[in-house]
Every structure is written in structure tokens, then in C-alpha cells.
Design a protein around this ligand. Structure first.
Ligand code: AMP
Length: 426
């Protein structure tokens, strides 16, 4: 078999690539409308960036990282964006900038997972991160932003699930309650959950194993162990979300798979995606910076997966229309006409007009119109010897067949005017 791309990593091209670009453009715009500035970190990081932060016993660190050893350095392909983002914040002292700072990224991530629908080994995430602000309003803004990204694309069929993981005092109390609950049930739990019991019993709540479901159902809930301030924070987040018109449900089982979250955690879930139902998610992670030996940096953020977003858009029939063919197809009939059109095609492109000219110099009208149709052009510009002599060209509307003469010396102005007219009527 011919050489193939790596399992779980895909080429994007043609109509699919165009649809991705159209969606990406809209997502970039929503981030920018909310005042978020793009940041781009390298695809390779020292392995500690992830192993010290994401959690030693998480699937990401234990099983899923692509690692490379080079010049005595242990490196990893970025499996997620937030830890690398905070590494960059600390390195460039971005948290010393005054007031809340808003960033977003659009980057490929790499995880060695079993590929299936909506789950790949290379996948793309958009992420939003808001630092230097510990308020519940910041949490609500981040959730409202993720919600707006989906809404702006026309997606409706998803649920916003939120929870609080408490502050460190609430978590210490809750952890003890969970240990007391799970200890007598250890024998029944899955191997994964047994391993989690020692280090992060809260993560057992995230288990998808059938064996764990009974014990999870009866487990104590964080709501009963919150400190007053953690409770007040969560109440304010909910109030702000209601004010912002973001519908949500409280789901005490949202714990997020990574170690660095505290207080608010959330997930956007769609029933249109099959087993991989998480569209996006995030939470507050003030303590992440401490894992790099720094003081806490108030921070809240999310990541959304592009592959799952595209699947959901397709299922909802909301895929944005990608631009079709070029605006103009240049159809020279004979060599004299071709001599005029070759420089014109470059002049049109330089003026920002999308046009196509096939470098065949002796084709007839029928062949040219077939080409114009095939490439999906909105207009064709026909030029024969007779027109050259008259100093005109014929502009043909490919959808209704209507045509008119335009002056050969003013093609760019005429085409520009035509495009403007069309933009106004659209
Ligand atoms: P996480 O960093 O695991 O919370 O993931 C955030 C979002 O990224 C998820 O909600 C998915 O939309 C997406 N995602 C995570 N892992 C994958 C994967 N292996 N393939 C495709 N999308 C993924």
C-alpha cells in the first residue's frame, strides 16, 4: 500500500478544508470580539511542563504523551494547551501586566489515544484563558464566551454543565469524605479507580467503568463540604450566568480529568457526537503556577475541540457555506485574446479579485464555458477577436446567463463595481 499518514492523524483538503477555514474564521472573530489576544506556544515543550502540572496519574501523563529525547532533554509534543500557556505567562511575566489579561490559542494537540469518531491522535483546540482575575465574573465570562462561540455558529443542541471543585479547604474535607466512602468499596472498583483512590479520589467520580458506577452514584457530593467562600463564589458564577442568558445545569460529577483545577469546572456536552460527547470544557486553575514554583496566578479557561465542533455542525446542518469557485473566470477565445488576458489576470489578483485563467491558448467558447462552470465561477469574461477589435469584453453571469459588454480598458473597475453591487444585494 502507498505510504499513509499516521493512524489518528489526518490530512485536510478540498471542501473539508474550506469548511474548517470558514469555521476557524468565525471562532477567531468571537474571541476577538470578546477582547482576547492570540498567543502561540511551541509544539514541543520540556516534558515537566505537562508531567508536573496535568497530574502524574492522569491518562495524559501516564499513557498519552508523545515523547522525544534529544540532546539529553526529555521533550513532549503538547497534549494540551493550558500548562504550556502558563509556562509562557511565567516566562514572559505576562501576569505582571496590570489588570485582567485575556488570551486565546488555536493549536494542534497530540495524545496517544485509541482513535474513534471525534477522537484523534492529532486534534485541534481553540482555547481561551483569562488571567489576573479571581472573580466569579471572570468564570462566567469564560463560560459565556464558549457558549457564544457555539451560538454564533448556530449550534443549539448542547448542554452546559457546571460544578464547583471547591477551594483547597473544601477539597481537603471532601477528599476525606470520599476516602471514607470508597475505602470499604475498594474491592469492587475498577483497577483504574483503585489507583486513583490513593492520589486523587475525586477523579473516581469521572470514571466511565461500569464497575464503578454504583459506588459513584452513592458517593458524597462536594456541595455539602464547601467553605462559605467557595459556596459564595459558585453562587455568584451561577447568578452571572443567568444574567448573561447562558442556560446551564449543575452536575456534581463534573470533576475534569486534570489535576490543576479548583472552584469552577464546566463541560459543554452534545448528544450529537456519540461516545465522545464533550464539545469543550474548562475551569479555574489558580494553583497551576505553583506547580512551576511560582505564586498562584488567578486564571480560568477552556478548550474546545475543532473535530467535534465540525461533527456537531454537520449533524445540526449548520456547516457555514464555504466560498465556492472564483468570482471571475477569464475565457480567452484564441491567442490574441489570451495575450490580453494573461497580464489582466495578474492585475485582477493584485487588486484583490479572485479570478481564474487556464493557460490553454486555443480553446473554443464551449470548452471555456464548461471550465467556468466546473470551477464554480460566478462570472465569465469572454473575449474573442471581434471584441478585441471593438475594445470590449463580454461579462456573463454564470447563474442566470445574462451578459453585457464592458470596456476592455476598464475591466478591473467594472468587475469591482459588479462585486460591490453583489455584496450590497446579498
Ligand atoms: P480536554 O483537554 O481533554 O478537556 O479536552 C478539551 C476538548 O478537546 C474536548 O472537549 C474535545 O472537544 C477536545 N478533545 C480532547 N481530546 C480529543 C481527541 N483525542 N480528539 C479530538 N478532540 C479531542
Amino acid at each position: 500500500m502507498a505510504i499513509q499518514s499516521i493512524r489518528g492523524m489526518h490530512d485536510l483538503y478540498g471542501a473539508e478544508m474550506s469548511a474548517w477555514s470558514a469555521v476557524e474564521k468565525l471562532v477567531h472573530k468571537t474571541f476577538q470580539d470578546f477582547g482576547y489576544k492570540e498567543i502561540r506556544t511551541p509544539v514541543l515543550e520540556k516534558i515537566e511542563v505537562f508531567s508536573q502540572t496535568v497530574g502524574e496519574d492522569t491518562d495524559i501523563v501516564q499513557k498519552q504523551m508523545y515523547t522525544i529525547d534529544r540532546s539529553e532533554e526529555h521533550l513532549a509534543l503538547r497534549p494540551e494547551g493550558t500548562a504550556a500557556f502558563i509556562r509562557a505567562v511565567i516566562q514572559h511575566q505576562l501576569h505582571r501586566l496590570p489588570g485582567a489579561q485575556r488570551f486565546y490559542y488555536y493549536l494542534p494537540m497530540y495524545r496517544y489515544e485509541r482513535p474513534q469518531k471525534g477522537r484523534q491522535r492529532q486534534f485541534f483546540q481553540f482555547g481561551g484563558e483569562l488571567i489576573n482575575d479571581a472573580s466569579p465574573e471572570a468564570d462566567a465570562e469564560i463560560i459565556a464566551l464558549l457558549d457564544q462561540i457555539y451560538k454564533a455558529l448556530g449550534l443549539k443542541q448542547y448542554e452546559v454543565r457546571i460544578n464547583t471543585l471547591g477551594d483547597s479547604e473544601s477539597r481537603a474535607r471532601y477528599r476525606k469524605a470520599l476516602e471514607d466512602h470508597f475505602r470499604p468499596l475498594l474491592g469492587q472498583l475498577s483497577e483504574d479507580s483503585k489507583a486513583r483512590f490513593e492520589r486523587a479520589p475525586m477523579r473516581i467520580l469521572d470514571s466511565k467503568h461500569d464497575a464503578d458506577q454504583n459506588a459513584v452514584k452513592k458517593a458524597p457530593r462536594i456541595g455539602d463540604y464547601l467553605t462559605d467562600s467557595a459556596k459564595a463564589h459558585f453562587e455568584s458564577v451561577k447568578r452571572r450566568l443567568k444574567q448573561a442568558g447562558v442556560a446551564f445545569i449543575v452536575d456534581p460529577l463534573i470533576v475534569r480529568g486534570l489535576d490543576y483545577y479548583s472552584l469552577t469546572a464546566f463541560e459543554f456536552v452534545s448528544d450529537q457526537l456519540g461516545a465522545q460527547s464533550a464539545l469543550g470544557g474548562g475551569g479555574r486553575y489558580d494553583g497551576l503556577a505553583e506547580r512551576f514554583g511560582e505564586k498562584p496566578i488567578p486564571a480560568v479557561g477552556f478548550a474546545l475541540g475543532m473535530e467535534r465542533l465540525m461533527l456537531a455542525l454537520e449533524a445540526s446542518e449548520k456547516m457555514p457555506k464555504a466560498p465556492g469557485g472564483p468570482f471571475l473566470y477569464l475565457a480567452p477565445l484564441g491567442e490574441v485574446a489570451f495575450e490580453r488576458f494573461y497580464p489582466l489576470s495578474l492585475a485582477l489578483k493584485r487588486s484583490g479579485l479572485d479570478c481564474e485563467l487556464v493557460y490553454e491558448k486555443d480553446k473554443n467558447l464551449k470548452w471555456q464555458l464548461k471550465q467556468a462552470n466546473r470551477c464554480g465561477a460566478q462570472y465569465a469574461l469572454l473575449l474573442g477577436e471581434e471584441e478585441v477589435a471593438k475594445g470590449v469584453a463580454i461579462l456573463k453571469n454564470m447563474s442566470d446567463g445574462g451578459q453585457k459588454e464592458i470596456a476592455l480598458d476598464h475591466v478591473i473597475e467594472e468587475i469591482n463595481a459588479e462585486q460591490l453591487k453583489q455584496a450590497h444585494s446579498a
